[in-house]
Write a protein that binds this ligand. Structure first.
Ligand code: BTN
Length: 257
């Protein structure tokens, strides 16, 4: 904890709450947000008993191996730009991991960190809003660091990877956590300055999917098309077989080729 604190350079992670086991770092960070905790407060846990993923999924969170953390974000942002928080966090995680673990990490819309077509981590952003503004948001980040993929349940083995699996070496969770928080600090600054196009540009240049045929599942609806672009609000622009371009705000993307 002290070592992590000593590696933090900016506002993000200036206040840190560290737990051995909690239900979900996002839940605790949302509670802290309600109580007025300051921008950049970070909640970290060694294990989660109710780790949450997007679309109501469970985020498997065993002890001692991975990173589970949530960052409280307070900056005036319109609700319509809310999707940018996940996009911005994706950029920060991608660049930090590339640098700290020397791995070709890519981004899949809206929230996946991808290495060689497998999921290395994900982002879950939750927020409290009023009158069209985001009062505060919690950006939850899960990164599989030293988890053995071979020992995982089949449903995880098929889609997930870890830094250990990709590099055949263990990584310091403290070093990776600090790298992500410091990079987040930088990109939060870009977001706060209103330079949204800089974030989108960086996201696009690290995308694993733009220009490719994809399917996007949202509930029972599945759309197919070419992932053409990301809007300034963080929406995916999908070119449908009819030639029409549809803006998609949520869903699960599968890259088809
Ligand atoms: C996803 O890809 O579905 C998003 C996964 C987000 C997981 C992280 S782990 C830390 C934080 N706490 C949670 O309960 N979820 C997020």
């Amino acid at each position: 904890m002290d070592r992590l604190q000593s590696l933090i350079r900016g506002e993000i992670g200036g206040t840190l709450f560290s737990f051995e086991t909690i239900d979900s770092t996002n839940t605790v960070a949302m509670e802290l947000g309600e109580k007025g905790a300051s921008h950049g407060t970070v909640v970290i846990a060694d294990a989660q008993t109710k780790g949450r993923g997007r679309l109501g999924r469970v985020w498997v969170s065993p002890p001692g191996v991975n990173i589970y953390m949530s960052v409280l974000f307070r900056t005036p942002l319109d609700v319509r730009h809310g999707g940018l928080l996940t996009i911005m966090a994706g950029v920060a995680c991608c660049l930090a991991l590339r640098d700290a673990a020397r791995l070709p990490v890519l981004l899949k819309w809206p929230n996946d960190l991808i290495v060689r077509d497998k999921k290395l981590g994900g982002i879950l952003t939750e927020s409290k809003t009023a009158s069209g503004k985001i009062l505060f948001a919690v950006i939850g980040i899960g990164i599989d660091v030293n988890m053995r993929i071979e020992g995982s349940p089949p449903e995880i083995r098929e889609i997930a990877t870890s830094l250990l699996h990709e590099t055949s070496q263990r990584h310091s969770r403290t070093t990776i956590t600090a790298a992500v928080l410091n990079e987040l600090d930088r990109w939060c600054g870009v977001l706060t300055s209103g330079n949204h196009s800089r974030i989108i540009e960086e996201w696009k240049s690290n995308s694993s999917m733009l220009g490719k045929a994809v399917s996007v599942a949202e509930g029972r609806q599945v759309l197919q098309g070419v992932a053409e672009d990301i809007t300034e609000e963080g929406m995916l622009l999908l070119r449908l077989p009819s030639g029409r371009v549809k803006a998609v705000s949520t869903g699960d993307v599968t890259v088809l080729g």
